[in-house]
Design a protein around this ligand. Structure first.
Ligand SMILES: Nc1nc2c(c(=O)[nH]1)N[C@H]1C(S)=C(S)[C@@H](COP(=O)(O)OP(=O)(O)OC[C@H]3O[C@@H](n4cnc5c(=O)[nH]c(N)nc54)[C@H](O)[C@@H]3O)O[C@H]1N2
Ligand SMILES: Nc1nc2c(c(=O)[nH]1)N[C@H]1C(S)=C(S)[C@@H](COP(=O)(O)OP(=O)(O)OC[C@H]3O[C@@H](n4cnc5c(=O)[nH]c(N)nc54)[C@H](O)[C@@H]3O)O[C@H]1N2
Ligand code: SF4
Ligand SMILES: [Mo]
Length: 739
């Protein structure tokens, strides 16, 4: 029997439509779906690797419990009872905050996130963590302060823009983030083809920069200063025009005052970008028929993450590009996530609680992951003794992962919902594995809310789930049921009763679709979406280009756009301190900055067990500018040691003039050399974990997001390594920018 199933690849935010060909109960081929409404046939090499994951002998297919010297398989009932009893015991013995939760990145790519949120509510601990605080937390804080809700994240309307300024993102490799836009390389190319410009601000000449109209090789952490200089120019040259938002915005004068001291010369010195470039970028941006500034993890993972994203949004707003076609817009998604979140958790309060050991603030009931190890290691009232981790690998993804690794080994009880024995889950007492991605039907509710077009797509399972297999949804609800009988009693049971209404993700989605902006209530019975109509549309449903939504969508008092929130103004006044800090780190002997790098054939930490993705040369290398290498006697391919305050790693050097001198680049997600991990092929390509040298005390100053890209290091040949033969090419390489 031959069949073709149309669904999406759930690996990254692009969510490309795929065709999965099935014969005799086996997947024979995965290709791009040419009729998919969003991706039109585009896929990257990872899509086919869904099959590798599915067939991977190392993937767990049954629950396991840890025993002396290894793991034993157990049945689902036993596993779920055991897991839940342990979680409840931690709370009964040590109080409710002693049990922490961690939600990882793949959780957001499935409707099961709803079930995970429910479990969290039942656990009712203050110690909630996720990949958010290693990623987009600054953007949530900016959304909360400027737009009134933490999930009101605007998206670049890249398909209609005339000018795109990209700061700290490499969509040609990452395929776009908080910007679902499959095939983004072509979409960027189209901007130039229609006479527009793409300008990439990045310390490295990335795959995106190489295809752009212009590359601005900024110093890491320089973006806030660059943007201050641009805004200064806009005010000085009277290029401000709020467009349709005139009359709906507060804080214009305060913003003008905040940037007053940041003339282009000063901004240039602080950012490492030339004065003329800053002035020209400001003029070009203001003059373009439409323009959008877009920033992602490169600038989130900085000491100045929040302030930078504030200035990005302000630049869009001040030039009339916020909420207009071709600018920075909000979606009108099939399921109104913001509305649902509003009902479930409110606006997403900032600082409602603080972390016991670090004092870092919470946002939307989550605390920064940078402090998790401390919470486990520091004795006292409220010490974390148990953990429930869903779809995350924080040992490789959180700052100072080594320390977290050690901390996890001390937990009294740790339950992981994951399909591998990873660097993280090897510390678990019970691992509950979901069926493979191809075996689950699903509907993605979260990421269409951050897409470059409005759309919705249903994902039928390509293969039936094995009889004794469970989806994440089923696992999490089964845990919820067992935890619901726990010490907190009545309240938990009420929440659980509510949840039981939604026995499948489809039922939950159906309600969301019907109540949403494209549902029958708004569009009439004949046209309104329901789960039935979404299921019938095999290639997804295009719901049109982004539409202006302001001021109606704002959740601020009086629905006013806040251009200059007080918290950000205070921080802007303190920016000089950031410059001083950088100087003092240099004096302490750490003379380089290390930044991250994503790769097409990796997906964070967890796809290194796929044969087809691991072909070819070692990718876990340090990109080093030839001049920096030469000064230290380092040759191409030689092993180097990179040392920060918290530790050191050794990786091969890869000399490249695509780096800004003074900056080196290392991918994260490697480091598969730990004892006891279950992914054998990954272990053969172990590499080193970037997060063994990232510093859990180096954070975005406002949100507490991990500032991976602000970490100072020193670099030397690895001990025992032979000094390289001098290379003629080294001396002739010219620096592309002054440090
Ligand atoms: N130095 C540095 N560190 C970084 C970053 C960086 O740029 N530099 N980036 C940060 C960012 S943006 C992110 S999002 C985080 C990611 O950090 P995490 O989310 O903590 O880690 P992942 O590597 O995505 O690990 C995902 C885990 O989920 C499992 N998994 C995969 N699919 C499923 C599924 O469908 N169900 C279940 N139950 N499990 C599944 C995998 O086996 C794996 O163990 O890393 C952050 N860390
Ligand atoms: N192939 C692949 N795709 C992925 C992932 C993956 O691991 N592999 N991960 C997914 C995830 S979880 C996410 S969040 C997204 C992230 O998507 P992107 O935000 O596009 O992520 P990166 O590719 O890490 O790009 C960050 C860029 O910031 C630059 N940078 C570092 N420091 C600075 C700085 O101070 N200033 C500026 N201006 N630039 C700086 C880096 O050189 C890098 O090019 O990608 C997703 N897609
Ligand atoms: S870009 Fe690649 S990994 Fe991302 S959804 Fe598309 S095919 Fe999957
Ligand atoms: Mo991410």
């Amino acid at each position: 029997m031959l069949s073709t199933v149309y669904r999406q690849c759930t690996l990254c935010e692009a969510h490309c439509g795929i065709r999965v060909e099935v014969a005799e109960g086996r997947v024979t081929r995965i290709t791009g779906d040419p009729d998919d409404v969003m991706s039109r046939g585009y896929i990257c090499p990872k899509a086919a690797a869904l099959l590798d994951i599915h067939e991977d002998p190392d993937r767990l297919r049954r629950p396991v419990k840890r025993v002396d010297g290894g793991w034993v398989q157990i049945g689902w009932d036993e596993a779920l009872d055991l897991a839940a009893a342990g979680l409840r015991r931690v709370q009964a013995d040590h109080g409710k905050d002693a049990l922490a939760t961690y939600l990882g990145n793949p959780g957001a790519h499935s409707a099961s996130i709803l079930a995970a949120v429910l479990v969290r509510r039942l656990i009712a601990s203050a110690n909630n963590y996720s990949a958010t605080s290693a990623d987009q937390l600054p953007q949530h804080l900016v959304a909360l302060e400027m737009f009134g809700h933490f999930a009101l994240l605007p998206v670049p309307d890249l398909d209609r823009t005339d000018y795109m300024l990209i700061l700290g993102a490499n969509p040609a490799v990452s395929n776009g983030s908080i910007m679902t836009a499959p095939g983004v390389r072509d979409r960027l190319k189209a901007i130039c083809a229609r006479g527009g410009r793409v300008v990439v601000v990045d310390p490295r000449r990335t795959e995106t920069a190489a295809r752009a109209s212009e590359h601005v090789q900024i110093r890491p952490g320089g973006d806030a200063f660059l943007l201050l200089g641009i805004l200064h120019t806009l005010f000085a040259e009277e290029l401000i025009d709020l467009g349709a938002l005139r009359g709906h915005a507060d804080g214009l004068d305060a913003l003008r005052a905040a940037v007053r001291g940041w003339g282009p010369d000063r901004a240039a010195a602080a950012s490492g970008v030339g004065t003329e470039t800053i002035v020209r970028l400001a003029r070009e941006f203001a003059a373009a028929p439409s323009a959008v500034a877009y920033g992602r993890v490169g600038v989130c993972q900085q000491r100045t993450g929040t302030i930078t994203h504030w200035l990005i949004n302000a630049l869009n707003a001040l030039t009339g590009n916020l909420d207009r076609p071709g600018g920075q817009m909000f979606t009108t998604p099939a399921v109104d996530i913001v509305r649902l979140l509003e009902l479930a958790v409110g606006r997403g309060e900032f600082g409602a609680t603080t972390q016991r050991t670090t004092g870092l603030p919470s946002l939307n009931d989550e605390l920064p992951v940078a402090g998790l190890a401390d919470e486990i290691l520091t004795p006292g009232e409220g010490q974390v003794r148990g953990l429930l981790a869903y779809a995350g690998n924080p040992v490789l993804s959180a700052p100072n992962g080594r320390r977290l690794d050690a901390a996890l080994s001390q937990l009294e009880w740790f339950v992981a919902v994951d399909m591998y024995v990873t660097e993280t889950t090897r510390h678990a007492h019970v691992i509950l594995p979901p069926v493979s991605h191809l075996e689950r039907s699903d509907i993605d509710l979260v990421l269409p809310a951050f897409a470059a077009r409005n759309y919705i797509r249903y994902n039928p399972a390509a293969l039936p789930a094995p009889k004794d297999g469970k989806t994440d949804w089923e696992i999490l609800l089964a845990l919820a049921e067992r935890i619901g009988r726990g010490p907190l009693g009545a309240l938990q049971n009420r929440a659980l009763g509510l949840a039981k209404l939604f026995t499948t993700p489809e039922r939950a989605a159906d309600l969301g679709l019907r109540l949403g902006p494209h549902g029958p209530l708004r569009r009439g019975r004949a046209f309104g979406l329901s789960i039935g109509s979404v299921k019938r549309a095999r290639h997804g449903i295009d719901l049109g280009p982004l539409e202006p939504r302001l001021p109606g969508l704002l959740r601020t008092p009086g629905r006013r756009l806040q251009l200059a929130p007080e918290r950000f103004l205070r921080e802007a006044r303190a920016l000089e301190a950031v410059e001083r800090e950088q100087a003092s780190a240099e004096r302490a002997g750490y003379d380089l900055v290390v930044i991250g790098r994503r790769q097409l054939r990796s997906n964070n930490s967890w796809m290194h067990n796929s044969a087809r993705l691991m072909k070819g040369a070692d990718r876990c290398t340090a990109l080093i500018h030839p001049a920096d290498a030469e000064r230290r006697g380092i040759g191409d391919g030689q092993r180097v040691r990179i040392t920060s305050r918290v530790g050191s790693i050794e990786v091969p050097a890869q000399l490249s003039d695509e780096m800004r001198p003074g900056v080196i680049s290392v991918p994260h997600g490697f480091g598969h050399d730990r004892e006891g991990i279950g992914w054998r092929r990954a272990a053969e390509h172990a590499g080193a974990s970037f997060n063994d040298i990232t510093d859990e005390t180096v954070l975005d100053r406002l949100s507490g997001n991990a500032a991976f890209n602000s970490v100072r290091v020193r670099l030397e040949p690895a001990s025992g390594a032979q000094p390289p033969e001098p290379e003629a090419s080294l001396a002739s390489t010219v620096a592309t920018a002054a440090t």
